[in-house]
Design a protein. Sequence first.
Length: 366
Amino acid sequence: MPILNLMFTSLLVLCSVTLLGCSKAEPEAEQTPLVMVTQPATSHDDLKSYAGEVQARQQTALAFRVGGQINERYVDVGDRVKVGQVLARLDVKDAQLQLNSAKAQLESAQSAAKVAADEFKRFQQLLPINAVSRSQYDAVKNQYDSAQASLKQAQSNYDVNANQTGYNQLIANKNGVITQRNIEIGQVISAGQAAYQLAIDGDREVVIGVPEQAITEIKVGQNAWITLWSKPQDKFAAYIREISPAADQSRTFSVKVALKEGQSAIQLGQSARVFFSQNIQNQLSVPLSSVSANNNQPYLWVVNPDQTIHKVSVTLGAYGRDSVAVLSGLNAGQWVVVGGVHLLREKQKIKPIDRENRAVTVQKGA
């Protein structure tokens, strides 16, 4: 009898194991993910930037006052110069010959004037005693006047040639840096032709090009800040000093942005970027992480009152550093998914939370 009981018990255990092995596990219920959501902001910080180059506020062209052949040049682009420093010289051979000729003419005129003066003085003494006639006296006086006039002309001619010889040197009239050189040794230039471009020491500014469609968004006096390509972590306060009244051939306006600080830290010719920030009111904006796109059509995930989500196509405006303006397709009271938008699907149920990890209840009509 005990043996039968043992066999019966073993049979029950075997059947139970068999049934358990044949049964299928039920699928686990899908977990509802926690998803961070936010409502669109009603203002938008519009940030725009333009690349430019650091230039001196004051620049001047340096030129010889006379024409001639370049004999020597002493400075090049990038060299720092001081007031009174000689930058280049012209060949003075022809000028020296002209000066020598003018000097000889002056000496001859001086000699003739002395002779005429002595003769006139003698006739002045003889006229009162009737030793010479009036006509003779007048003739000598005319010779004296003519000699004096010739002397003045010779003196002026000599002074001009002396100046011309002195003008063979090109001298810096300001302290600064040479930014452009337009001459070579042996080159013949004319009077007034620019030989060098000098950036005068002092204030610095960044020159940028703004396209015509954006020029109405900026104005003279508007604040800005500047960063250098070599020091992107540093920011320098600035303002718009001048806007070109006309666009160039590429329909771009030249804009000069003056620095308020950091003059000593910024060198001429450095590459820089100018930033303009403008707060636009009454315009919806959402975080950049909320936006995705399908076939170049941007869209957002919007939360329904039943905590499911649906895709909403939107029209985007200007991009800021962390957000983007939404021009159409979204209402101010709606809740949009902030991140992980590529992992979601249409009508998926979520548990919406805000940035403080608090549960969000979406009201009907939102």
